[in-house]
Design a protein around this ligand. Structure first.
Ligand code: PLP
Length: 323
């Protein structure tokens, strides 16, 4: 089977599609962050993106690229996290009906937020039912198009626009640190970095407890792990996609891991020093720099994607007050 991998051209097209719809999010710097790492840090603030995460880019780009007939049929996806909200909001903006399949025990706030954006939420019991089977069954019944959270050409291309903007705004980088779940953001970012800053080393960063990406990268094939536990709830995917892994193994330098305490320490840094709310998953890249998981040469130019800011306030308060 030969896979058609996304290219930088697809990212450029996605940029045009997202122009005026997605926010061109700011890049923040911090002298304290530079002092702590010895490097020059550039933080791309996707926590300030519409619906609170970069996922809006891929979701919107994927729906916008459907044929008129597919748009009429509507879009289906499974997610309890940011992809659900991205698809729901994008569907609303593009006038496309959306159904989101979520586990019954997903947080009520997430379910409510997704419904507020206009999606229909269908729940299932994750202990007895398979979401893939439910999705396939619903697809058959309704003719809706399934847009998965990461292993999709237009999703990856959309996610790549964040790194494209970052490099356009600050110039070439020596390093780029990207949060890694299923690999849509990392693959898209790597396409942009290869094209716009060819000597930039691109690293994916995932939670230590869920290092399927690292194992896959080292082994040269997709490795599946048991469902991991970490506060980085957006990066708990047990395996990479075929398309995302195809780009990652070709264009990424290495995959690093960080621990939950290292994520909390980065989350606190963003709150206290930079006055921004970043969700635990969004702290992965930064935590690799702050913790020394990656040693950065003095004054090297380091881009970090802060991928999202959607965190339950009670949990957030708990992280902030943890010693
Ligand atoms: C989904 C998500 C990730 C991981 O993205 P992938 O494309 O699945 O690798 C990272 N951070 C946040 C905030 C997310 O929502």
């Amino acid at each position: 089977m030969s896979l058609v991998l996304p290219t930088y051209d697809d990212v450029v097209h996605a940029s045009a599609t997202l122009n005026g719809v997605a926010h061109r999010t700011p890049v923040m710097t911090s002298r304290t962050a530079d002092r702590l790492t010895g490097a020059r840090m550039f933080f791309k603030c996707e926590n300030l993106q519409r619906m609170g995460a970069f996922k809006f880019r891929g979701g919107y780009n994927a729906i916008a690229n459907l044929t008129p007939e597919q748009k009429r049929a509507g879009v289906l996806t499974y997610s309890s996290g940011n992809h659900a909200q991205a698809i729901a909001l994008s569907g609303k903006l593009l006038n496309v009906a959306t159904i989101i399949i979520m586990p019954e025990d997903a947080p009520a706030a997430k379910k409510a937020a997704t419904e507020e954006y206009g999606a229909t939420v269908v729940t299932y019991d994750r202990y007895t039912q398979s979401r893939d089977e439910i999705a396939a069954e619903m697809q058959k019944q309704t003719g809706m198009v399934l847009i998965p959270p990461y292993d999709h050409l237009h999703v990856i291309a959309g996610q790549g626009t964040a790194a494209k903007e970052l490099i356009e705004d600050v110039g070439e980088l020596d390093y780029l640190l990207v949060c890694l779940g299923g690999g849509g953001l990392l693959a898209g970012s790597a396409l942009s970095a290869r094209a716009l800053s060819p000597s930039c080393k691109v690293y994916g960063v995932e939670p230590e407890a869920g290092n399927d990406g690292q194992q896959s990268f080292r082994k040269g094939e997709v490795v599946t792990i048991a469902p991991p536990r970490s506060i980085a709830d957006g990066a708990l995917t047990p395996y990479l996609g075929q398309l995302t892994f195809g780009v990652i193994k070709r264009d990424v330098t290495d995959i690093l891991t960080v621990t939950d305490p290292q994520l909390i320490s980065a989350l606190k840094f963003f709150a206290e020093r930079m006055k921004i709310v970043v969700e635990p998953t969004g702290c992965l890249g930064a935590a690799a720099a702050f913790s020394g998981a990656l040693s950065l040469p003095k004054d090297s130019r380091v881009g970090v994607i802060l991928s999202g800011g959607n965190v339950d306030l009670k949990d957030y308060a708990g992280f902030l007050t943890q010693v």
